[in-house]
Design a protein around this ligand. Structure first.
Ligand code: BES
Ligand code: ZN
Length: 612
């Protein structure tokens, strides 16, 4: 090649490069990226309101979207950064005039996804991103008709927490950012209804639905469900959504919802979100519950037929204060969401169903905490955990939940409930619709509680040190103590199990001595039909303990049926683990292969990793 043509080529390449409008990145400081699980730099340019237009395609299992963000350029940022994960970005325009711009999509990080850089001017106030979701969008649970209760129509639900919203909406996906949103969801197939964490329909419409959430929420709380859904009211402001074949059962199970809201309000101030509804999803939903504002998402495994598992509603409702009104600023502050919520859940349960029942639940979860801590790194038993560089979901252990709750109980006992409740109420009131760090809370605690009532507490030890401090108020339930005795005495005969709650069954099963032989398990089974139980909590305990004691072959068909029909990660994980541990990994793999299509990515990922 001649020298001149090389020069021409280089000049041409330079010309192209300069015209790419690729923005120069501002230096990243910890201040401009306060949350290491988001690529966004909201101190420089922040997205505040979302107008979302979505078309749903159940055949392709794909969403076609335009996310129009109202933004503010706070300094003289040359770009605004959004989080994405697996999104196919079609086109980006800026400003009222919708001028198309050259965006830049970084390489994909396996945990965080890919930063989307959009060039902006100091005055740019709108950014519209046209996109399609990818084939493995982690937030999306596409259920075929066969995986629903009615078996006639498919179902879609989303799960945003912790950092999955970016796989269905380009957004500044940090719990430290708050946004409002309006959405328009179209191409909803005939006979199906769409609902969101927003104002909701109660009747099916014709293929298109509109939604408004005008209170600022973190992006992980944007949620959508579409399916053959019907609504039934419980009270003026509460109600349930479910597939029609489940609706009456669900309404019966959750009949106390209004009472729960009233109890919660009497403790920590008015419910801030207008309506409180719950939707019961197909079994593929990977969690027990998710506190999407105005509309809790729940697993069908809590519809036990005896109202025994309604503490889940108390828990998700409590998040309307702890989590949704006052949000953890980063995923390292996760205990601010869950520890407060468990504490609050116990208070609701105590007020409605008695101290006895609440204490029992508390001890059961304390036992789970102690059990889980045996396998955790000591650093992960601190309340404030540094989740930088890790998947925030790995921080969702019993530590932020139960240790967090016991920390608050310890503080409560420093004075009395009147003072403590007034303090907690003031925390929610003073910080409503904001996102807060652990340190924000500790400052507030010192000023408004410890100093005010002149009490001292080993706060630093509880929050920043591993393990359970010596002054932990360990829960003790007399109901459970009686069961332990019955379990220890099992060799001398079967206990009187009249009126046992499922929680008591679970504890009894787990308290059986190590030495219990297969004959005893068979004996228990023939008397109490535990293998045939339809209570998922009882099934979990019974199957896990039996497998570990070698009572496997006889119950395997029921275990298989359970693992194929239940998709909640917590309920299936321990059963697969038990099969693996006793050398039945081939059975585990075979069952998993069959169950997998009905699992959400969250559950699938965990089990895949375990059985690989
Ligand atoms: N917010 C959580 C669920 C969650 C946590 C999803 C972390 C993704 C990441 C919800 O409030 C919760 O704690 N659910 C529990 C049930 C509850 C009764 C303890 C669950 O799903 O097991
Ligand atoms: Zn929770």
């Amino acid at each position: 090649m001649k020298f001149q043509s090389i020069v021409v080529l280089i000049l041409f390449a330079l010309f192209i490069a300069c015209n790419q409008e690729t923005p120069k990145q501002e230096p990243i400081t910890s201040d401009s990226r306060p949350d290491r699980h988001s690529f966004s730099q909201p101190k420089l340019a922040v997205a505040k309101h979302l107008d979302l237009n979505l078309k749903v395609d159940f055949d392709q299992k794909k969403l076609y979207g335009t996310a129009t963000w109202t933004i503010e350029n706070l300094g003289k940022a040359k770009e605004i950064i959004f989080d994405t994960d697996g999104l196919n970005i079609v086109k980006v325009t800026v400003g009222q005039e919708a001028k198309e711009v050259q965006f830049l999509l970084d390489a994909q990080d396996s945990v965080l996804g890919a930063a989307l850089h959009v060039p902006i001017e100091p005055t740019t106030n709108l950014v519209a991103i046209e996109y399609q979701t990818g084939p493995n969008a982690a937030a999306l649970g596409w259920m075929d008709a066969s995986m629903t209760a009615g078996k006639t129509k498919p179902f879609l639900f989303t799960q945003g927490q912790a950092i999955l919203t970016r796989s269905w909406i380009p957004c500044q996906d940090s719990p430290g950012n708050r946004i409002t949103y309006h959405a328009n969801v179209s191409d909803v197939p005939d006979g199906m209804m769409a609902v969101m964490s927003a104002t909701n329909p109660q009747e099916p419409a014709k293929n298109t639905y509109t939604f408004k959430m005008d209170q600022p929420i973190p992006p992980y709380l944007i949620a959508l469900a579409i399916g053959d859904i019907a609504f039934k009211p419980i009270s003026e402001r509460t109600g349930v959504y479910a597939e029609p074949v489940m609706l009456d059962k669900v309404a019966w199970e959750f009949a106390d919802m209004e009472k729960m809201v009233e109890t919660a309000e009497s403790l920590y101030g008015p419910y801030a979100w207008g309506r409180y509804d719950v939707i019961v999803l197909p079994p593929g939903f990977p969690f027990g519950g998710m506190e999407n504002p105005r509309l809790t998402f729940a697993t069908p495994t809590v519809i036990a037929g005896d109202r025994s598992l309604v503490s889940l509603v108390a828990h998700e409702l409590a998040h309307s204060w702890s989590g949704n009104l006052v949000t953890n600023a980063t995923w390292s502050d996760f205990w601010l969401n869950e520890g407060f919520t468990v504490y609050f859940e116990r208070r609701i349960m105590e007020a409605l169903y008695g101290a006895d029942f609440a204490e029992m639940q508390d001890e059961l979860e304390y036992n789970e905490l102690i059990e889980e801590m045996k396998s955790l790194d000591s650093a992960d038993t601190r309340l404030k955990v540094d989740m930088t560089g890790r998947n925030p979901d790995d921080g969702a252990t019993m530590v932020p939940y139960q240790k967090g709750s016991m920390f608050l109980r310890m503080l409560e006992q420093k004075t009395d409930r009147e003072k403590w409740d007034a303090f907690l109420k003031s925390w929610f009131e003073a910080n409503k619709f904001t996102s807060r760090t652990t340190e924000d809370f500790l400052d507030f605690l010192k000023k408004n509680y410890l100093d005010k009532y002149q009490v001292t507490a080993n706060v630093e030890e509880w929050v920043y040190k591993p393990g359970i401090p010596a002054n932990c108020p360990i829960p003790h339930s007399t109901r459970l103590a009686a069961l332990e005795k019955a379990a220890q005495d099992i060799a001398n005969g079967l206990p009187n199990t009249k009126n046992w709650a499922p929680q008591e069954w679970v504890h009894f099963i787990r308290s059986l001595p190590e030495s219990t032989n297969v004959a005893t398990f068979k004996n228990l089974d023939s008397k109490f039909h535990l293998t045939q139980s339809t209570n998922a909590q009882v099934q979990l305990a019974w199957y896990e303990v039996n497998i570990r004691h070698g009572y496997v072959t006889e119950i395997l068909p029921q275990v298989e049926n359970y693992l194929v029909t239940v998709g909640r990660r917590y309920l299936v994980k321990a059963v697969y683990q038990a099969l693996k541990d006793i050398g039945h990994i081939e059975d585990a793999r075979r069952i998993f292969a069959k169950a997998k299509p009905g699992y959400h990515a969250v559950t699938r990922g965990t089990i895949e990793e375990m059985l690989k």
